[in-house]
Design a protein around this ligand. Structure first.
Ligand code: C2E
Ligand code: CA
Ligand code: CA
Length: 805
């Protein structure tokens, strides 16, 4: 399309050129022909003038001499027109006759000869004549009139007998010498006596003219042809180059468009680093508009975020004519930093000089993010953002190397959250996750002080301390970690208190390679768990047994029931105000054939973590009901008993049916059964919990909240649940003498419970002082060593005997 309009445009110009050139040639031809015509006429005129001049000269000579006497013979006869002249004829002494020839006569004769010789017709004429031959013809009469008017010459091309002639007439004036013959005319000296005229045939001049014109036509035609040819040729060349230019322009347009549309940023700078061009991609990537950069130095966009060796390498490469490629961190106009992949190539002129640099910038921010993300996935735990097990192993290996190089020590700390499964079961996995996240946030914050804290999975964390020189510093770190954990968490309306079992191993005293250190830290952690949780333990070789012990406990528990290794003890509760027995708490014991005697603190949580607790719990309930019914036969009444319900058990499907079934089968009065549950068991699904509890309450069973104050919820929250007793946790009782804060808590619990019409009982009171203090705070119901330790069945019988008194 474009090129065809270019073609028509070009041919239009060519046409105009041809027309113009043709007109020029035509004008030149006409002008030259005109010149030739003028020239030939001038030639003819020159010939005429020459002839006339000759005539004039001759006539003047004749006039001056008054004529000439010629010998009369055949050729020369006396002129009849001079008959009036005296002495026209004279006789010589020898008798020859001479006759006078006046100039006019001679001239006329000469002219006749001319005419014959050259075709030049010359005549002499006058208005007054004697010789009729001299009578003027029509043209001469006209010419004579012009001369009479004073013209010195009259000339004209006229036709004589069908042919062109140049006729020229010049005047003849009367002179003294003329009077001899022409006095008769009466014309005075100086007057116009007549004229000579001449007719030059134009034939030969016409031929000459035609020849010249033909030559002119020929040369002009040749010139015209050459001109037209050249115009065509140039036009075509012009057309071609024009087309080429158009094509190049189109090409450039497309390339430019491609440059503009490129997702990559493109920048061109001259050899001095002054920016010449940036494309749209460049603007998109770093926010700088073209106008802001063109004409500016590259320094304007240099970020200084990259190591200087990188720039050195880049400049040395490109100034040597090579292309540099690499990843750089750049700064956008808004100040933000991004990663890009840059290709910088020099543009080298034919002489070898670098004229420009072209930079292509690819935004690899997303790729980098993906890489970081992958690294994050590979090295960090998705839930907590803490380093994961892989990263922990890498770090441990690196730390081992550093420690051996620097000959220093460091601690490896394994940490497991106590009863995490229960928190999970009680409050739901979401809150469990949030708890792990919140704890990890604290850990991440603490990591800034040099600790490497990673999550190995579940509720297990591994911590690597910085290199140090003393165990004391490692202990400080452990204390710090415990503090971090101890601070309560507030998650979705729940106050959650967490403890952890911590195992510590020290390089190099406990081991010099990663495997051994990990194993010993793990063992120490199990040791801490078995020791009753919420403690930390430095590894000792004996701890090697703990891990296997846990496995043994687990497998041993499965068989404990059938093997009758479990038995129950009963701890009395006492009303110190009324001095009366209130009830018994049922507590389980395990006398293992292989593992020896075991407190529930050691095995209950293992049972809870494997769901074995449900079977165990069922056995404990039935067993205690049976035992109490038997006891009632002895003591005469069915004592009120409290049976502990694990949260796992409380949550289990068939709990209510199981409880009712046990009561029915044993005939145990439901009013005498109290179930102890912890706060955590309630808050997970309050609606279901309330439903479950209400159902059992309607059946006659009552509920107490165990370990109250250490759990998860606000006290007012409890109002919703059908609870008859709060058991104030032993930890508050422990410090009741020394810690006013604990006293305040007990006071608050007692007051609140009273307002809700709920009973309170204090656990773990060991001394008289503690009991007095509790009494002073309004708490009179006591369960603790002060009154009685948990008692085996037979001891219980003795107890009842004793209190009867
Ligand atoms: P708990 O329910 O808080 O039980 C009270 C614990 O405090 C008992 O330990 C009891 O022996 C102890 N204790 C009572 N008074 C004193 C005192 O004055 N001083 C000291 N130092 N300790 C006192 P035990 O029997 O070792 O039970 C530990 C925990 O094991 C119980 O805490 C309970 O959570 C769990 N447990 C025990 N028996 C059962 C059971 O039959 N079923 C379930 N699910 N859990 C049980
Ligand atoms: Ca209890
Ligand atoms: Ca308790």
């Amino acid at each position: 399309m474009k090129s065809s309009t270019t073609l028509t445009l070009i041919s239009k110009y060519t046409k105009a050129f041809i027309l113009f050139f043709s007109i020029l040639i035509a004008l030149s031809l006409f002008w030259n022909i005109g010149n030739v015509k003028k020239e030939t006429q001038r030639l003819a005129e020159m010939e005429a003038t020459t002839s006339l001049n000759k005539d004039l000269a001759f006539r003047l000579w004749g006039t001056r001499h008054g004529g000439a006497y010629l010998i009369v013979d055949e050729q020369t006869q006396p002129s009849v027109f001079l008959a009036h002249v005296s002495e026209r004829d004279v006789k010589t002494t020898s008798g020859k006759t001479l006759t006078l020839y006046n100039p006019a006569t001679m001239l006329r004769e000469i002219m006749n000869d001319y005419s014959k010789l050259y075709g030049v017709k010359a005549r002499i004429t006058a208005e007054l004549y004697l010789n009729p031959e001299n009578a003027p013809d029509a043209w001469e009469a006209k010419a004579l009139k012009e001369l009479k008017r004073g013209k010195k010459e009259f000339k004209e091309i006229t036709t004589i007998e069908g042919k062109d002639y140049l006729r020229v007439m010049q005047p003849m004036y009367m002179e003294g010498g003329c009077l001899k013959c022409h006095a008769w005319t009466g014309i005075k000296v100086g007057g116009l006596r007549g004229a000579t005229d001449i007719s030059i045939s134009m034939e030969k001049y016409e031929a000459l003219k035609q020849q010249s014109i033909n030559k002119l036509i020929f040369t002009h035609t040749i010139l015209w042809l050459i001109g037209i040819g050249s115009i065509f040729f140039l036009g075509r060349q012009l057309n071609k180059s024009e087309q080429k230019i158009k094509e190049n322009q189109e090409h450039l347009r497309i390339v430019y468009k491609a440059l503009e549309q490129s997702a990559n940023g493109i920048l061109v700078a001259d050899q001095n680093g002054i920016i010449q061009y940036t494309n749209g991609g460049f603007e998109r990537i770093n926010g700088y508009m073209r106008d802001e950069l063109v004409g500016q130095s590259l320094y304007k966009i240099k970020s200084n975020l990259n190591p200087s060796v990188l720039y050195d390498d880049m400049w040395s490469k490109i100034s040597n004519g090579q292309t540099w490629r690499g990843e750089l961190r750049n700064r956008k106009k808004d100040g933000s930093v991004y990663w890009c992949y840059e290709t910088i190539s020099p543009v080298i002129a034919p002489g070898g000089k670098i004229t420009h640099y072209i930079g292509v910038v690819e935004d690899i921010e997303n790729r980098k993010l993906a890489e970081e993300h992958i690294k994050q996935l590979m090295q960090y735990d998705a839930l907590t953002n803490l380093p994961n097990r892989n990263y922990f192993r890498e770090k441990l290996d690196a730390q081992l190397l550093n420690a051996s190089v620097e000959s220093r020590i460091f601690g490896l700390i394994f940490l497991d959250i106590d009863r995490f499964k229960m928190i999970n079961d009680a409050l739901g996995h979401l809150i469990g996750d949030i708890l792990l996240q919140s704890l990890s946030e604290r850990f991440i914050h603490e990591s800034k002080n040099g600790l490497f804290i990673s999550r190995l999975g579940g509720d297990e964390f591994a911590i690597i301390t910085p290199l140090t020189d003393s165990k004391k510093i490692i202990e400080n770190y452990i204390e710090k970690i415990k503090q971090i954990i101890r601070k309560p968490f507030f998650i979705q309306e729940h106050d959650i208190f967490v403890t952890a079992s911590i195992g510590v191993t020290i390089y190099p005293q406990d081991g010099i390679d990663a495997e051994i250190l990990i194993r010993s830290a793990d063992m120490a952690m199990y040791g801490a768990k078995i020791n009753g949780k919420n403690t930390h333990l430095f590894f000792e070789p004996v701890h090697g047994d703990f891990a296997s012990e846990i496995l043994e406990i687990e497998s041993g528990l499965h068989k404990a029931i059938e093997n009758s290794e479990l038995f129950l003890v009963y701890q009395p509760k006492w009303d110190t105000k009324e001095n009366r027995f209130i009830g018994l708490e049922v507590l389980v014991r395990w006398q293992s054939k292989t593992l020896g005697f075991m407190n529930p603190a050691k095995f209950i949580h293992i049972a809870e973590e494997t769901d074995l607790i449900v079977i165990l719990g069922e056995w404990i309930l039935r067993e205690s009901l049976v035992a109490m019914m038997r006891l009632s036969l002895v003591v005469g009444f069915v004592p009120k008993i409290s049976v502990n319900l694990s949260p796992v058990q409380f949550k289990s499907e068939g709990l209510n049916a199981m409880v009712k079934d046990s009561l029915e089968k044993t005939n145990f009065p439901p009013e005498q059964l109290e179930l102890e549950i912890t706060e955590g068991a309630l808050v997970n699904n309050p609606v279901a919990s309330i439903e479950k509890m209400t159902d059992l309450c309607n059946y006659g069973v009552s509920f107490s909240i165990d370990d109250f104050g250490t759990g998860y919820s606000s006290m007012s929250y409890l109002k919703k649940f059908p609870v008859s007793t709060l058991k104030i946790d032993k930890s508050f009782v422990d410090d009741i003498i020394d810690d006013p804060h604990d006293r305040a808590i007990i006071q608050a619990i007692v007051t609140l419970a009273k307002s809700f019409n709920i009973d309170t009982i204090a656990e773990g009171a060991e001394t008289r002082e503690q009991v007095d203090a509790l009494n002073s705070l309004g708490c009179y119901n006591i369960q603790g060593y002060w009154h009685s330790k948990p008692l085996e069945y037979t001891a219980l019988l003795a107890y009842f005997e004793k209190i009867k008194e």
